[in-house]
Design a protein around this ligand. Structure first.
Ligand SMILES: NC(=O)c1ccc[n+]([C@@H]2O[C@H](COP(=O)([O-])OP(=O)(O)OC[C@H]3O[C@@H](n4cnc5c(N)ncnc54)[C@H](OP(=O)(O)O)[C@@H]3O)[C@@H](O)[C@H]2O)c1
Length: 359
């Protein structure tokens, strides 16, 4: 395969600077790595946060981008699980160095943390999966627990559905997933379905009720209901205590409602730093902030397991990707797409760009 020496990338020149498309070198894969020609990259809220605050950025100009799908065009030494020409998806290790980031035309990636894309899944669909599926998986099944930056990180430590006895294990147990039409929420609902939870109660705008039901939600409540009405409706749906709540959107107001829904002894998973009123915190309820990255050493082996079985889950249709919405303009379309994310204008879709289309 012919590989150019230069490529287009979206650069953030300085803290809080404006994104600019420029030419950078195409990196080479080291041992254990592959070089991927990125066909689709998706946009995430994290890039907005990084641009605004500089978090996770170690030097400028920085290339961002978490989620990528593309074709393996070069293979480093000691790589056994993927070959030239394979279609793969991955969570990019953007904060380590620019050569790993997704918002460029070529990136390198640790081969053992890529997942092959089955033929029934397009690159656009594949690019919706990596970080947000990992966030749902780690939040529900990971057993890690550690404190980073003063924040308790971890997961709910459910038996993974791919381990013995895990599939359907939580039958007849309720779960509440706030923000079911978000990208993370769609994946959390599907995993909860495979794990057997019932009822699966979620919140979304009424226009997305059928959509989230199609993933396995059994009850969809309007996300604009007041705290009191929402809790009352959940009590009408199930008389059982709710021991697991996954807040897939984790705004301060949803985190506080999630905490109120949770029964004593239960676990709340949030996806951003905790914002629960100090006054209501009790030792009876555990709150973990999930990390959706296989590049955190605590998660790496565990996440490699899901990436190994993901092709089968996608080919069988058991896990469905988000619906991608392609933003035109290649990498140049990213700043406009991020503005739409910032204004909360994206509903039940995942924004995706095609780096090869960059002029
Ligand atoms: N910790 C990690 O490692 C990690 C990894 C990935 C993502 N995240 C975080 O996870 C969050 C979700 O990311 P995403 O990409 O899944 O978001 P997204 O798809 O862009 O979220 C958009 C959705 O949020 C829903 N929504 C907005 N306000 C809501 C509310 N008050 N209640 C319920 N639903 C609401 C909307 O639902 P309707 O259109 O139906 O109204 C919309 O479909 C972000 O904060 C992101 O930063 C964290």
């Amino acid at each position: 395969m012919s590989i150019p020496t230069g490529q287009k990338a979206l650069l953030l020149p300085s803290k809080q600077g404006e994104f600019v498309v420029d030419t950078v070198d195409v990196p080479n894969p080291d041992a254990g790595e592959v070089l991927v020609r990125i066909e689709a990259a998706s946009l995430s809220h994290l890039e907005l946060l990084m641009q605004r605050t500089g978090i996770y950025i170690t030097s400028y100009p920085a290339i961002l981008g978490l989620d990528a799908a593309g074709v393996v065009v070069a293979v480093g030494d000691e790589v056994e699980n993927v070959s030239l020409g394979d279609r793969v998806l991955f969570v990019a290790n953007f904060n380590l160095a620019n050569r790993f980031a997704a918002q460029q035309q070529y990136a390198v990636m640790k081969a053992n943390l890529t997942s092959k894309i089955p033929p029934n899944i397009t690159f656009d669909e594949a690019a919706t999966l990596p970080c947000n599926l990992t966030t749902a998986v780690n939040g529900l099944y990971s057993s890690v627990a550690f404190v980073a930056g003063g924040i308790q990180r971890g997961g709910a430590n459910l038996t993974p559905f791919w381990k013995e006895g895990g599939r359907g294990k939580y039958a007849a147990q309720p779960i509440v997933i706030l923000g079911g039409s978000s990208s993370v929420g769609q994946y959390a609902i599907q995993l909860a379905r495979i794990s057997g939870f019932s009822p699966i109660i979620t919140t979304a705008s009424p226009k997305n009720a059928d959509f989230v039901t199609s993933f396995g939600a059994t009850h969809v409540l309007d996300r604009n209901l007041s705290r009191e009405v929402l809790i009352a409706k959940i009590r009408e749906i199930t008389s059982q205590p709710v021991h697991l709540v996954y807040d897939a959107v984790s705004f301060p107001e949803t985190q506080n409602v999630a905490y109120d829904i949770l029964a004593p002894g239960g676990t709340l998973i949030v996806v951003v730093r905790p914002a629960i009123d100090q006054a209501k915190l009790t030792v009876d309820k555990s709150v973990y902030v999930v990390f959706g990255s296989p590049h955190i050493p605590e998660y790496a082996d565990f996440d490699a397991e899901i990436y190994r079985i993901l092709p089968e889950l996608l080919s069988s249709g058991e896990i469905k990707p988000n619906i991608p919405e392609v933003v035109p303009g290649g990498l140049s379309g990213i700043p406009g797409g991020l503005e739409r994310l910032k204004r909360n204008e994206v509903s039940a879709r995942k924004l995706v760009v095609h780096p090869p289309e960059t002029l």
